[in-house]
Design a protein around this ligand. Structure first.
Ligand code: THU
Length: 144
């Protein structure tokens, strides 16, 4: 049970796929797209943005969260789709990296949601929840 209908799911995955076309990944050649679905139906996307100082590179999910924050969103995150691969060719499912899990978690915790995470591969979709990818997450509530 995903909690997301097939049309909403298809739209989210399609948005992530389009986003991957905007990846700036000249160093790894690994193009990633992410799409965030909010409870009002809005979708915010991002793509990875690398840097000649490699460690400064930003992942697609983090870029999407930053854009959502900039648009004033402070919660309401219900689902995330992420996909990508070498040159944008999708092969294995891409799961959010550890840093992105924490970044996504901030946005989710602000609105008290536990987003569905769709990691889309060429032949299979890994479907999980953010709380499974990042159990016992640190968050704003712990700062008192
Ligand atoms: N990347 C993402 O954008 N999201 C992930 O969840 C995993 C990795 C990017 C970072 C880097 O630009 C490239 O993929 C290879 O690691």
């Amino acid at each position: 049970m995903s909690g997301l209908g097939p049309a909403a799911r298809d739209a989210l995955v399609a948005a992530a796929r389009r986003a991957a076309d905007s990846a700036y990944a000249p160093y790894s050649g690994f193009h990633v797209g992410a799409a965030l679905l909010f409870d009002d139906g809005a979708i915010v996307t991002g793509a990875n943005m690398e840097n000649a100082s490699y460690g400064l590179s930003l992942c697609a999910e983090t870029v999407a969260c930053a854009l959502a924050s900039h648009a004033g969103r402070r919660g309401g995150l219900v689902a995330v789709a992420v996909l990508g691969g070498p040159g944008g060719r999708i092969d294995a499912p891409v799961t959010p990296c550890g840093r992105c899990r924490q970044v996504l978690s901030e946005l989710a915790q602000l609105g008290g949601t536990d987003p569905l995470v769709l990691s889309v591969g060429a032949h299979d979709v890994l479907e999980t929840r953010l709380s499974v990818l990042l159990p016992h997450a640190f968050g704003p509530a712990q700062l008192g």
